[in-house]
Design a protein around this ligand. Structure first.
Ligand code: ADP
Length: 478
């Protein structure tokens, strides 16, 4: 059943139907029109010849004064002969529609009020084909030559059997012609439907082939421009998926590596404590234990950051958006980070150009900006500064975090937002970085449909520019 449904909803079936209909319909209509016109013409030519015969009779009726002398032998014989020729009847009616002569001798003496007879009484010639009885009836008025008054009517009925036989022959020709056309249309429709759906089956076969692991992963269907376009689109998509898979694998291996490092250190420290034996000084134990605690903190911070990142990575991550006074929010962040800055002798300055209210997810945005300012403090020298400025126009708010720190090498600028990327690995690890902070920041800003840019000069400092729309855009326009 489903195969049947599949067939009837296929492109192949629809193409077949359309081509077949286009092929057969005009032929059927044409055949019917030709048949009808042949039929019309045979009836009208028959009617013309009968009516000229009737006119001749009308002339003779007048010239022989038939109404006053209807028993004329030769005239009656002529009328019977004409009736026989037509396999029908001839009737002569007078002006009162009374039948003076009927070669069938059925109506003589009776008055008839048929529609065609009445029309002829008013001077008209009529012809009427009776479909049921296959008879053609013609009526012609007998007119007075001088006054043009109707003196009577000649009515001739012809049995049209011969014409019907002729028409039946034409009809069978039409049927034969239609059948030949139907056969050709069927052949062309089957061929076209198979041929037109071939590129699509090629695509399906190609993708099946790749799905089974054959080929180099690229679709190559260059026979038609359409399949070439599908191949190109498929290959672009495929290479994106490959990239995604590579980056996922890289991410997993980075995570394992990053989580293993503190564990290895802890193991070494714990083994050292065990091997020191009973006589080791207490300070030594304490120092080693402090190191272990530091490693545990590191591990915890990596896990926390990973959790934050995964949460934001989900496509349907929940955004708790509400209007937030950004001036107050940044002041709060600076207040929280002030002790760390003071400890490292870094000056922390906020410059607000105007009051700014933005629709934000406060938690995610705080995390994003805190990471930037923390980095400004971390990758700095004692006596340096971190300058935060806040501005807005009618659409966006702009946050700039500028520091006088060590700067980022140019070749690293493209990578600092990658997960686990650290420009200066040993230094960063020493400072306590895990390479996830900026990835989290970028994700959080992008979730607000904002943008982040970085500019840096090695040895002079780094500037991060963040731009976020004042109103949260619910649906991202694709
Ligand atoms: P980390 O936890 O290592 O700081 P981030 O993702 O926050 O990770 O930053 C990635 C890398 O970018 C850092 O390791 C550092 O090398 C570099 N970086 C980030 N911010 C700054 C900055 N303000 N000054 C200099 N280098 C920076």
């Amino acid at each position: 059943m489903s195969k049947l449904v599949e067939f009837f909803s296929s492109l192949r079936w629809r193409v077949f139907l359309i081509v077949f209909a286009i092929g057969i319909l005009p032929a059927l209509i044409g055949a019917y029109m030709i048949y009808s016109s042949v039929r019309e013409r045979s009836i009208s030519s028959d009617a013309t010849s009968i009516s000229s015969q009737a006119t001749l009779i009308a002339d003779e009726v007048i010239s022989n004064d038939y109404f006053n002398n209807p028993s004329q032998e030769n005239m009656n014989m002529e009328l019977s002969a004409i009736g026989n020729v037509y396999s029908g009847r001839v009737m002569i009616l007078d002006a009162q529609l009374k039948v003076v002569k009927d070669t069938y001798e059925m109506y003589e003496g009776r008055t008839v009020v048929w529609e065609n007879v009445i029309l002829s009484a008013y001077g008209n010639t009529t012809s009427d084909y009776d479909e049921k009885n296959h008879t053609l009836t013609v009526t012609v008025p007998i007119l007075d030559e001088e006054t043009s008054d109707t003196l009577g009517i000649v009515l001739i009925t012809k049995t049209a059997e011969y014409m019907e036989a002729n028409l039946a022959y034409y009809w069978s020709l039409c049927v034969l012609f239609s059948m030949i056309v139907a056969f050709i249309a069927l052949f062309v429709a089957v061929f076209t439907s198979i041929y037109s759906s071939k590129p699509l089956s090629d695509v399906r076969v190609g993708i099946d082939h790749l799905a089974k692991g054959f080929g180099d992963g690229n679709l190559r269907l260059n026979e038609y421009s359409e399949t070439q376009a599908i191949s190109d689109a498929f290959n672009t998509y495929n290479s994106k998926m490959k990239q995604l898979d590579d980056s996922r694998q890289e991410f997993v291996s980075n995570v394992s590596h990053e989580l293993k490092t503190p564990l290895t250190s802890m193991k070494v420290l714990a083994e050292s404590i065990t091997s020191m034996g009973e006589g080791a000084p207490v300070e030594m134990y304490r120092e080693f234990m402090e190191d272990i605690v530091n490693e545990i903190d590191r591990e915890t911070s990596i896990v926390n950051d990973l959790l934050a990142l995964v949460k934001m990575d989900k496509r349907d991550a929940v955004m708790n958006v509400a209007p937030v006074n950004l001036n107050e929010l940044i002041e709060l962040i600076l207040k929280r980070l002030k002790p760390i800055a003071e400890k490292q002798e870094i000056e922390l300055v906020l410059e607000s150009f105007r009051p700014v209210t933005v629709e934000l997810d406060e938690v995610k945005f705080t995390l994003a900006i805190s990471n930037l300012i923390e980095n400004g403090i971390k990758y700095n020298e004692p006596g340096g500064f971190v300058h935060v400025s806040l501005n807005a126009d009618h659409r966006y708010c702009y946050i700039r975090v500028e520091d006088s720190g060590m700067g980022i090498p140019e070749e690293s600028l493209d990578h600092i937002f990658d997960r686990f990327y650290r420009a200066d690995k040993s230094h960063s690890r020493e400072i306590g970085g895990n390479g996830l902070g900026l990835a989290i920041t970028k994700n959080a800003i992008e979730m607000h449909h904002g943008e982040i840019k970085v500019a840096s000069t090695l040895g002079e400092g780094t500037t991060f520019d963040v731009r976020v729309p004042l109103s949260y855009i619910q649906e991202e326009v694709l």
